[in-house]
Design a protein around this ligand. Structure first.
Ligand code: CTP
Ligand code: MG
Length: 226
């Protein structure tokens, strides 16, 4: 394998609620974190998975991912922001693997085939790669919360998922110099004037953000929805 996967999993999950860090919540008996790590490790190109765990839960997460096969697994403490968690996990990738994928633990049902598709585009020469899907809803801009200011042309809009892929050297350089917080890593490449390539995403790579999303994930994973 020529790919390292960095998994930020240190978030609080405030929008999901429930008091437990989101990555430790379960979808039909298996934690979100373990599902994400297990699927990443199952992708044939993946040699290493580096997880940023909630800082006070590192031991617990080490135990949780013990027994996952297919790739080496490393667990480090995450930070207060997603970006700092990604940086911490990236620093734990000491191997000279040429491709790094950054993947939200919260996208627990993203299939191994998506990891392979993104990695293949980096291998093909793209410096940064994002999986995208079209926008189905009409999108409107508002001037105040109850006043429509216009309709956005959705043909040029995409929903962006993870895993996002990078030439390892580029991602390290950009993270070292990163300033403002971004919600994704390709944004660092855009800010530096680099090119970001789109590949088809996968609906299964949706992010578990709200209680509704968790119900969807449970239904998809074959369990009950209540
Ligand atoms: N993440 C992280 N470290 C943080 C914040 C977020 O590693 N300090 C991770 C989350 O664990 C998640 C991914 O980044 O896998 C995407 O973040 P998000 O969906 O926003 O998760 P949370 O920040 O946990 O949720 P919320 O914003 O609702 O609190
Ligand atoms: Mg968050």
């Amino acid at each position: 394998g020529d790919v390292a996967v960095v998994i930020p999993a240190a978030g609080l999950g405030l929008r999901l609620g429930g008091g437990t860090p989101k990555a430790l919540r379960e979808i039909n008996g298996e934690s979100i974190l373990r599902r994400a790590v297990r699927t990443a490790a199952a992708a044939p190109s993946v040699a290493l998975v580096a997880v940023a765990a909630p800082a006070d839960r590192v031991e617990e997460v080490v135990a949780l991912v013990a027994g996952v096969s297919g790739a080496r697994i490393r667990v480090v403490a995450g930070g207060a922001s997603r970006q700092s968690s990604v940086a911490a996990a990236l620093a734990a990738v000491v191997e000279a693997l040429p491709i790094v994928l950054v993947h939200d633990a919260a996208r627990a049902l993203a299939p191994a085939s998506l990891f392979e598709r993104v990695a293949a585009a980096v291998r093909d020469g793209a410096e940064a790669v994002v999986p995208v899907l079209p926008v189905a809803d009409t999108i409107k801009r508002v001037s105040t919360p109850d006043r429509v200011a216009g309709t956005v042309d959705r043909a040029e809009l995409r929903r962006v998922q993870t895993p996002q892929g990078f030439a390892a050297s580029l991602l390290r350089t950009l993270h070292a110099g990163a300033g403002a917080e971004l919600t994704d890593d390709a944004g660092l490449v855009e800010a530096a004037g680099g090119a970001v390539r789109c590949v088809p995403g996968d609906e299964l790579a949706f992010k578990v953000t709200t209680p509704f999303d968790l119900r969807i994930a449970q239904a998809l994973a074959g369990g009950t929805t209540h």
